[in-house]
Structures are given as C-alpha cells and as structure tokens.
Write a protein of this length. Structure first.
Length: 329
C-alpha cells in the first residue's frame, strides 16, 4: 500500500510530500497524516510510522500539487467535487494505484471537512467512470478499491460528454480522421517492422494482430444468417474500426474511439438513410475496408493514412450529414 504523507507545519499550513521540492532544513514538522491501509492516521515526528525520509525534510511540496483545497478552507465548488479532485490528485501523483484501497468515507470526510454524503457522491462518480469498485462488508475486498481500468474511465467520460452536450458532426469526422490516421500509421509501421526482420521469430510475432478486424470483415461480406440489414452492417462496420484501434495497442486512442462510438454511429446511420443506393455504398465500404487491411499488411503507413482519410471523408461527403438530428441535402 502506498503512503501519502501530509506534513503539518508549525504555522498550521500543510504540505503534501509528492512533487515539488523546497528547502526545509530549519523546519521540523509537528505531525503528519499518513494514508495507509487503515485510512488516514496522524502521527508525530518521532513515530516509526512517520513519513518515509524521502517525503519529509528536503522533499516537502506545496498544497497545490494535489489540490487547492485544505481542511479549513474549501473552495466555492460543490463539496463532492472537492473530494473528487483530492482523489484525482492521489491517482495522478501515483500515491494510489490499481489494487489500492481509498481511505474510508469517514477519513476522507474528516480530512477534507465535508460531509460523508459528499464523499459517497464522489465515489459514485468514480465508479460510473470505471475507476473504482465499491463493496460493502468487511475484509480485504470491502470499501472502495481502485481497479486497473484507466481506459474504461476515459471512454465513459467521453460518452457522458457526448450524452450531455453532443458534438458537431464535422468535428466528429475531423477527430475520426486524426485518431484513425494515427491507428493506421501504428499498425502499418508495426507490420513493416515485423516484415523487415522476418527471420527473427520474436519480431515477426510482434506484428499487429488483425484477427478480430478481419473476422468482422468476413461477417460483413459473408453473413452466416443471410443478408445483413443496414443497421447490422453498420454495427459491424463500427466494430471493425474499433478493433483496428484496439489492435494498434494505443489505449488512449482506443478509449477515445470507444467513447465517440455513439456520435460516430449516429451520423453514420442518419447518413445511410438518405443514400440513393445502400447496396452500392455497402459494397464500396467493403472494398475500402479490405484495402485498409491490405495497406496495413503491406507496411505502407502513407498509403494506409490516405485510404482511411478517403474512406471517412467520402462517406461523409456522400451522405451530406451536418447534424445527427436531420441530414442536410
């Protein structure tokens, strides 16, 4: 369990031993608050549980490295946001990580000077974002535990933003081009690297795994249950693009793609309903998908980028969608 030490200065100010250094040779702390397995504990400078040496004398940092909030002076924001910022600070600083328990509701409430209901509200937000899981009862698995799903939290956050405000279709299209161009570059370069040293088994094995993406293409082209409906095809289409993002190994891009999935599907489906011939368009999309995979397997990053840009832009131009609510003709 990592420890967070809050050093209490004689003046009453407090400092977090996490990042920015300043000299403190003439200063001795009166006490420290330690975040340990049992939550927050205040100890004296001679207590063996005191902060590790590297977090005391010459490594004291200012309050603002974690949060602008102190126990005695909360900002004007909502109390649960104060709790959220403090926990975020622990995570960003690496003080707490996957598998660690958060301090108890009671300890966080006392530390931040907020009500326990505010702590519970902040924990609910973190749970919705997939960053923690909570479990009642006693034992090592009870309480709030940080889980190793940072990408899940990012995807959920993007989905919440989309649900609350939405994004303009041109912005979504432009973002797709940026993200998927990066995906194609990474995949093609990985293929080129693997092919460049084909005699090295380890290098060959490091090539991108396109199995999931190609299986989705097979399902689009040769569906086992008969011809696909337009919606079924488009669902597989979006899954194909997401599978490529996952195969790239870039968790940030994969998370952003997953978070934008609703926005992408919305404009794609609205546009499909206005096409003069869905059969012609779907056949073209199938050919373009295969061409994308071929460029990746050839290790041609420039060609792969050109093809994904054309793939996205051509569909958008063909459908003329400017709003996910009503297509503009």
């Amino acid at each position: 369990m990592r420890q967070l030490c809050r050093i209490h200065a004689p003046s009453g100010r407090s400092h977090h031993g996490l990042a920015r250094r300043r000299s403190a040779r003439s200063w001795r702390p009166r006490s420290a608050t330690v975040v340990g397995p049992r939550g927050l504990t205040t100890v004296g400078p001679t207590d063996p549980r005191h902060c590790p040496p590297q977090l005391t004398a010459l490594n004291i940092v200012e309050e603002d490295t974690l949060s602008e909030t102190s126990v005695t002076a909360l900002d004007s924001g909502r109390a649960w946001e104060t709790v959220l910022r403090r926990i975020e600070g622990y995570l960003v600083a690496g003080v707490l990580g996957p598998g660690d328990h958060l301090p108890s509701e009671r300890a966080l409430a006392a530390e931040l000077g907020v009500g326990r209901s505010s702590v519970r509200e902040a924990l609910r937000v973190l749970e919705v974002l997939g960053l923690i899981r909570t479990q009642t009862g006693s034992g090592p698995q009870s309480g709030a535990i940080i889980i190793a799903r940072p990408s899940g939290g990012m995807a959920a956050l993007v989905r919440l933003q989309v649900a609350a405000h939405g994004f303009a279709v041109p912005d979504v299209v432009a973002t797709r081009i940026v993200l998927e161009s990066a995906v194609m570059t990474a995949l093609a370069e990985a293929s080129a690297a693997a092919a460049g040293d084909a005699g090295d088994a380890a290098s060959a094995a490091s090539g991108p795994d396109l199995a999931a993406a190609t299986e989705l293409l097979d399902a689009m082209e040769n569906p086992a249950g008969g011809p696909l409906t337009r919606d079924e095809f488009l669902t597989l289409d979006q899954a194909f693009h997401l599978a490529l993002a996952v195969a790239s190994g870039n968790e940030v891009i994969a998370s952003m793609m997953a978070g934008l999935r609703d926005s992408i599907e919305s404009y794609v489906r609205v546009g499909a309903s206005s096409l003069p011939s869905w059969n012609d368009t779907s056949a073209r999309l199938e050919r373009e998908h295969r061409a994308l995979v071929a460029a990746i397997e050839a290790g041609d990053a420039s060609l792969a980028r050109d093809r994904i840009r054309a793939h996205i832009e051509t569909y958008h131009a063909e459908t003329k969608v400017s709003s996910i609510h009503s297509p503009s003709h």
